[in-house]
Write a protein that binds this ligand. Structure first.
Ligand SMILES: [Zn+2]
Ligand SMILES: [Zn+2]
Length: 339
């Protein structure tokens, strides 16, 4: 059997779901029209070709749903956090075995702030009898918290209405957890109420999901324990909600920046870092600028290090077992644009 280890982003926005606004759409239209040559607009096919070649922040959206990232490891589906992105994932899964009550998945929670759990009541597969879910987390009262979100004072439908088979798995008394051939480990992060980073390993490849974390001591010694947890990872999904300046202004809000991410990734020998949990007030153009300046910073301090930096974009899939290691559907697309 050929092995599979891929990651897909369904929710990438931090703190609160962030739909595109009218001015956001106008800015994208203006940018697209500025790039168009008369020939691009000549007929239906040329217009379609032109749009297909535009970068995602102009033709589409980086994404407004709150945190949800999916790992597919062989036949195992592992869902990190249940922000509003999980609703979209649920619609896709209902077209598959989950629509027939034959689906199985693990849901793994970093913590239970609203933006990481608010999609759960809208996750369709939970309603289908026969589906089997394991809801996992290091906060030992995870069940109480998730049930609390659906008390009638806050939500019309009780947790008891879910018709699928739901089991809770408490990670607080474990060091690691096995899902098929994959191994999951975790580490506590500095964040109000605590959050946990996860490391998922399979076939010698590894991905880290490290959202909602603040790094107080940014000296190499201060970052050492986190770097040890990130060590040699193929992909790190990293909370970079703020710019470096905002990080200083918003001390103890529990978030980080691309610049701290780069320092950590270099110290830990990471191959690729996906910036994640984007600040709700940032437009897609602003996020692209932050990515650009982050890449410049990396080139300045470590020009020969092969570390790759990308934005987590909804719908983006990264395959960790392809060819020499990692393939990325949107990177291939971006190359097309620059050619
Ligand atoms: Zn969050
Ligand atoms: Zn949080």
């Amino acid at each position: 059997m050929s092995s599979r280890f891929s990651i897909k982003f369904y929710g990438v926005r931090g703190s609160i779901p962030t739909p595109l606004t009218g001015p956001d759409v106008t800015e994208k239209l203006e940018a697209a029209l500025e790039l168009a040559e008369p020939g691009d607009l000549a007929d239906e096919q040329s217009r379609k070709d032109f749009i297909a070649k535009l970068p995602v922040h102009i033709k589409g959206s980086i994404g407004g749903n709150s945190s949800c990232v999916v790992a597919q490891v062989d036949d195992h589906l592992i869902i990190f956090d249940a922000g509003t992105g999980i609703r979209v994932l649920g619609l896709e899964l209902l077209q598959r075995e989950f629509g027939k009550g034959k689906g199985k998945a693990h849901l793994v929670f970093s913590h239970t702030h609203w933006d990481h759990i608010m999609g759960l009541p809208f996750f369709g597969p939970l309603f289908v009898p026969g589906n089997q879910f394991k809801l996992c987390g290091v906060h030992s009262d995870l069940e109480t918290r998730l049930r609390g979100q659906q008390k009638f004072q806050y939500f019309p439908v009780s947790f008891d209405v879910f018709g699928s088979d739901i089991q809770f798995v408490d990670f607080s008394n474990k060091d690691s957890y096995q899902i098929g051939d994959a191994r999951l480990t975790w580490r506590e992060q500095y964040h109000p109420g605590k959050s946990f980073a996860y490391r998922l390993e399979h076939m010698g490849r590894s991905v880290i999901y490290a959202t909602d974390a603040e790094y107080k001591d940014q000296t190499p010694e201060g970052l050492k324990e986190t770097a040890d947890f990130f060590r040699g990872a193929d992909l790190v999904i990293f909370d970079s909600q703020y710019t470096l300046v905002e990080c200083l202004e918003k001390e103890d809000w529990g978030h980080s920046s691309t610049f701290i991410g780069i320092k950590l990734a270099l110290q830990a020998g990471v191959r690729k870092m996906a910036f994640f949990h984007h600040e709700p007030t940032y437009t897609d153009f602003r996020l692209m600028k932050i990515l650009e300046s982050s890449r410049e910073f990396k080139e300045m301090i470590a020009p020969f290090n092969p570390l790759e930096l990308v934005l987590a974009v909804e719908g983006r899939q990264i395959d960790l077992l392809a060819g020499d290691g990692i393939s990325d559907d949107q990177e291939a697309e971006a190359e097309q644009v620059s050619n």
